[in-house]
Design a protein around this ligand. Sequence first.
Ligand code: FUB
Length: 337
Amino acid sequence: MTTPLISHIYTADPSAHVFEGKIYIYPSHDRETDIETNDNGDQFDMADYHVFSTTSVDPPAPVTDHGVVLRVEDVPWASKQLWAPDAATRDGKYYLYFPARDKNNIFRIGVAHADRPEGPFTADPDYIQGSYSIDPAVLVDDVAVGDDATPGYLYVGGLWGGQLQCYQKGNAEAYDESWLGPKEPTGEGVYAMGPRIARLNPDMRSLAEEVREAQILAPETGKPILADDHDRRFFEAPWVHKRNGLYYFSYSTGDSHYLCYATGTSPYGPFTYRGRMLEPVVGWTTHHSVVEFKGRWYLFHHDSSLSGGVTHLRSVKVKEIFYDDDGNIVSEDPAKK
Ligand code: FUB
């Protein structure tokens, strides 16, 4: 079993990026509460974010804790639950994307900005208009859209407590609170709900278009994965990385506890399911990021081993991943076989 990268506080949902030659990690900051554990995730009652950095994960180097960079009380629109964040950089500025419940208890995506990757971050006064659900992940692409040479794409989505199922019709205005709770589509022939994507404006703080669904297709049918296929359907934790011009969309399957991936030729998908990249870990949730550093690829993820299996007290870990000649993600270096 691998050792947690950070053990002086509980951390989860690591989004790792290489900024200024170092690996920066933007995780959730788990904390103990007296809230009863339920399938809505109420026990995940996080109230701030720390940022971490390191110069090497293999061999391990010390991880620097840059301290608290944003608190829920510094986010004017938010009420609680600072869940899985991500970060991006553009034109010398750094952006932290984060989900939180607004004053009406609806999950929205917020953004905060800083001059340095380690913050501190200043939150925008309101959430990103048109945003909903949880688990933002931002890809800054290298394929121009119009005048924008490096467009940013925001991916979001999470079922059950993450409220994605409340948007059956797709758009932010069609919020249906009768779907609140640990619910999701089910039934013969019913398609799973896909993650959501929208291109960001060059300001990186607003959407250039309405949020839309990205499809994850089953390779055997060419059609979306079925809602009852819990081993493969999207649940939460979207992440997109690009390798050799191919977009890798990876995600958690939630109640079946896998990290899976699918690939496509456009940031919008469709993405065709390819396989698993992490088997179930200690704890209920699984959430990750994939980053290239000095020519090697790493999977950052979390488990609950440090807390002895407490679902909402997790710790960030890292492992190297490899690709075979067909672009499949494999856990052992094919060159060493
Ligand atoms: O950390 C709170 C939630 O747990 C995240 O938003 C999900 O992805 C899951 O890891």
